[in-house]
Design a protein around this ligand. Structure first.
Ligand SMILES: Cc1cc2nc3c(=O)[nH]c(=O)nc-3n(C[C@H](O)[C@H](O)[C@H](O)COP(=O)(O)OP(=O)(O)OC[C@H]3O[C@@H](n4cnc5c(N)ncnc54)[C@H](O)[C@@H]3O)c2cc1C
Length: 289
């Protein structure tokens, strides 16, 4: 499988990259290339020009600024998984990154590319939704804006990014006192992508759950919050009963599930409920039923 011919640009600044993306018709940014190149080889995507972001300084790396982690868009999955800063401040993020694809995918794929691609089977979007991440963007004229993860993911492979805009960084809150999180996916056996993935971030204070955020990926076109399950948990003491009751409501927030040859929509909703039980048990530190 070969790609169609394309022109290739290697800008050294974000401004230059944005300039190229707005002036060269049909051009696409390329970061790790682990989603875009397979699509080009299958001729599902045929951009006439690629704007390679890899030489741009300042888009790679992880820093902690008080209560948040700032992760450059070009930071690889492997770097997130191995980062001591991430492991200490947001262990669920390092753990999620460590289960993406295989070593080659983790060494080349980037967090910005994964979010911009918005594959419903990807792991980061589901976690970002539960964790309350902010996605930072630069566009034409150096204009900057930010999206909450809730607003960024619009539909299947569709985000709020406008033409010529680049994801520059992802901001993730540091886990607070009493807060913990977990992410579990049912892996597709061929690719390791999530058939369904569920992320939970919970806060327990004085023995009861005071906040819960649950993200569900792989069931609908974009990651969804399981709002009914979240509401069912708040005010409850974490227990097998409260977890089972919350997980039973997950289907209420998953309208129009998608199905394919591997898993029907109905099966994906079922999996979402089963995985919600498991992920909540892990997040609350309860034995799984
Ligand atoms: C065999 C295999 C297994 C995989 N398994 C998993 C898995 O288990 N879980 C998972 O989540 N993912 C998986 N992936 C996908 C992988 O994580 C990709 O690397 C990731 O989704 C895309 O990141 P990238 O840097 O490679 O982006 P690219 O492929 O370079 O780009 C993807 C898209 O994002 C755009 N883009 C890239 N960077 C930016 C930016 N900074 N701003 C704006 N737009 C941008 C590009 O224009 C393109 O449209 C797998 C991929 C392969 C090939």
């Amino acid at each position: 499988m070969q790609t169609a011919p394309f022109d290739y640009y290697r800008p050294e600044t974000v401004a230059e990259a944005v300039d190229l993306l707005t002036s060269v018709e049909g051009s696409r940014a390329i970061a790790g290339g682990h989603s875009l190149l397979p699509a080009m080889k299958l001729r599902v995507a045929n951009p006439p020009a690629l704007v390679d972001l890899s030489l741009i300084e300042g888009l790679t790396g992880i820093t902690q600024n008080g209560d948040s982690l700032m992760i450059g868009a070009l930071t690889s999955h492997a770097a997130v998984a191995a980062s001591d800063v991430v492991k200490a401040a947001c262990p669920v993020l390092a753990d999620t990154a460590s289960h993406i694809g295989d070593p080659q995918v983790r060494n080349r794929g980037t967090i910005g590319g994964s979010l911009a691609h918005a594959d419903p089977a990807a792991d980061y979007p589901t976690l970002m939704k539960a964790i309350g991440a902010t996605i930072h963007i630069t566009g034409g004229g150096g204009g900057e804006r930010s999206f909450s993860a809730d607003d960024f993911f619009v539909d299947l492979f569709t985000t709020g990014l406008a033409a010529g805009e680049l994801v520059t960084a992802v901001e993730v809150p540091v886990m607070g006192t009493g807060q913990s999180g977990a992410y579990i996916k049912h892996r597709h056996p061929a690719s390791s992508y999530a058939v369904v993935g569920v992320a939970a971030i919970v806060t327990v204070e004085g023995g009861s759950c005071t906040a819960a955020a649950i993200g569900i990926g792989g069931v609908t076109g974009k990651p969804e919050r399981a709002a009914s399950a979240e509401a069912a948990l708040v005010g409850q003491e974490p227990s097998n009963d409260s977890i089972v009751a919350a997980a039973a409501t997950v289907g209420d927030d998953l309208a129009n599930p998608i199905g394919d040859l591997y898993a029907s929509g109905e099966f994906r909703v079922h999996l979402a409920s089963v995985l919600t039980k498991r992920v909540l048990a892990e997040a609350f530190g309860q034995p799984a039923d």
